[in-house]
Design a protein around this ligand. Structure first.
Ligand code: AMP
Length: 386
């Protein structure tokens, strides 16, 4: 590392500076809102235009992540580069790093954008993960199924999210069709975890190693997509503390500067197994925008700018419900009906076409208990559809 870069690393980036975000979805939008509130300018680069982030950024650059000239130009004009989308090629992060600090570093992306690298890294560093095997051929799949047993889940090693690129295998006889369906020879077989709950911890780490987390979040999924998050998770204090310690360990091990979410399964006998890492703010942390002293997005701003982290205290129990394009099926959702519940906050991401399964926005409700917050947010979402 050059002297100049070293200095860059330790100086706080202050208001008036421009922050660069790769990716332009709702995570970048909420990051940009937090950044602008603190007096920063925001540039975003992605292949999209009129994007959720672009609509609130100072500048939206529409270019492919592989267009390294565009990435260089983008990085030259900002004080720091971060991500809201982790499936950016390694070369993109490397090129950006020639001109500005990249936080979290490209190495964190490299590990977390590939399921096999991620699980291998975590296992080698002593973190609890779902049982897995690398599978490169139909023959290796048969061996892996014998070792891990059924049911199991075959996943593509790269480019997977929200259950895409996955096939559940109930018996060895289904192996070949699952292998052919995925259509790639870089896959990972995981034992199917009969979990009690899915949970997550969003960790944040500053340039100086300061660590903060938002406590344990409880997640329920529908069709492999996050549906509802409840904070705090309804588990014992011991389980929550253990999950928080795992998350801290992961952020420290990877030397993360920024935000990283650790998604975990909680088994019926209270064991925690890491399912996945996301090196950016996470859908399960959207409720922090309304319910915590400092949101995950403001923490991302503070961390990448070398500023002290804020308090992550949960002000009130809260719940978040995702709004997918499906709720437009019968025309414009009845927004006013949901907002008639005064504890409910509406977030929409400015996406123009409401496709089924597309994340269009979310609702957050706050209440005196986690159960009550969940009840209210589900009721609000029901009201949208009449
Ligand atoms: P992923 O894209 O890997 O996060 O998977 C999406 C969802 O599929 C998870 O949130 C789980 O609900 C389910 N899933 C994935 N892997 C497993 C597994 N090994 N065992 C049980 N459920 C799984």
């Amino acid at each position: 590392m050059s002297h100049g870069q070293d200095e860059r690393t330790h100086q706080a980036i202050l208001q008036g500076a421009t922050l660069g975000v790769l990716g332009s979805g709702q995570l970048g939008r909420m990051f940009a809102i937090a950044a602008r509130r603190m007096g920063y300018r925001v540039h975003t680069l992605s292949p999209e235009s009129d994007s959720p982030t672009g609509q609130v950024a100072d500048q939206e650059i529409t270019a492919s992540y592989e267009d390294l000239d565009a990435v260089s130009e983008f990085a030259k004009r900002v004080s720091v580069v971060t991500f809201e989308f982790e499936n950016v090629p390694s070369a993109t992060a490397e090129v950006a790093a020639r001109f500005a600090p990249v936080r979290p570093a490209g190495q964190v992306l490299h590990v977390s954008q590939h399921r096999l690298r991620e699980k291998s890294y975590l296992a080698e560093h002593g973190f609890p993960v779902t049982p897995f095997r690398a599978v490169r051929s139909a023959e290796e799949l048969q061996v892996a199924i014998r070792e891990l047993g059924c049911p199991a889940v075959l996943k593509t090693a790269g480019w997977g999210y929200d259950g895409k690129g996955q096939a559940k295998i109930h018996s060895a006889s289904e192996a070949l069709s699952a292998w052919e369906r995925l259509g790639t020879n870089e896959t990972i077989l995981e034992g199917f975890v009969d979990f009690r709950l899915e949970v997550s911890v969003i960790g944040v780490r500053g340039v100086d190693g300061q660590f903060a987390h938002f406590g344990l979040l409880e997640n329920s999924h529908s069709n492999h997509i996050l549906d509802v998050t409840v904070a705090p998770a309804r588990v014992s204090a011991r389980v929550a503390a253990e999950a928080e310690a795992i998350a801290r360990g992961v952020l420290e091990s990877l030397n993360v500067v920024g935000v990283l979410c650790v998604e975990m399964f909680l088994t019926h006998d209270d064991r925690l197994l890491i399912n996945e890492l996301a090196p950016r703010p996470h859908n399960s942390g959207h409720l922090t925008f309304d319910a915590n002293v400092t949101s995950q997005f403001e923490q991302q701003v503070r961390a990448i700018c070398g500023l002290p982290l804020g308090s992550t205290e949960l002000l009130r129990p809260a719940a978040m419900a995702n709004l997918l394009g499906d709720i437009w099926a019968n025309g414009e959702p009845r927004w006013a009906e949901a907002l008639r519940l005064p504890e409910v906050k509406l977030h929409l991401y400015g996406k123009s076409s409401a496709r089924a399964g597309r994340k269009m926005g979310h609702l957050t409700a706050m209440a005196n208990s986690a159960d009550e917050a969940e009840r209210i947010v589900r009721e609000a979402r029901r009201r949208l559809m009449g």
